[in-house]
Design a protein around this ligand. Sequence first.
Ligand SMILES: [Zn+2]
Length: 177
Amino acid sequence: MGGNKFIVFVMYIALLVAFLGLISMIFDLHRFAFYLEFLILLVLFLIGIIAAIGISHNMRWAWILLALFFGFVFLNMIFIKAITTANINYFMHLIVVAVAGFFISLFSIEKEKVEAAEEETVTKIFTPGKYIASKTGTKFHSPKCDWGKKVKKINAVWFNTKEEAKEAGYKADDCIR
Ligand SMILES: [Zn+2]
């Protein structure tokens, strides 16, 4: 997760640069373009804040939102160049940050997807339930208990609650508190 935290930090900086760049840029605009960009900035600000909170919690949707954010910032720059005479060369760094942010977000969407899939596989293979019993035994155990570990896969019966295990006729081992 260390690498992930670094990417999140980099993205916070990218968001900050994007916001500061956009704010300083809209004051170069006039009337119609200014009001329109002011509205766009408010929307982007909301999206950026939600995405920033989401990515710090490893949420995949937040990376999708962030990719949309940077993609939109980029398109917005093209739009501004089209509708105004403002010199966007001065804001080249904004375009660079938007493109870099977009691709890092795309990469992170895929990474979160792979990690989520791996987590699911691990859970299914190693702990299909919270408690384990043997078809040939009389007690149910924690999977971490020495007896629980000795249960052969072919004889294993899994339960998610103590009640389920008791209803199936098993008694709690000492390892179950
Ligand atoms: Zn036990």
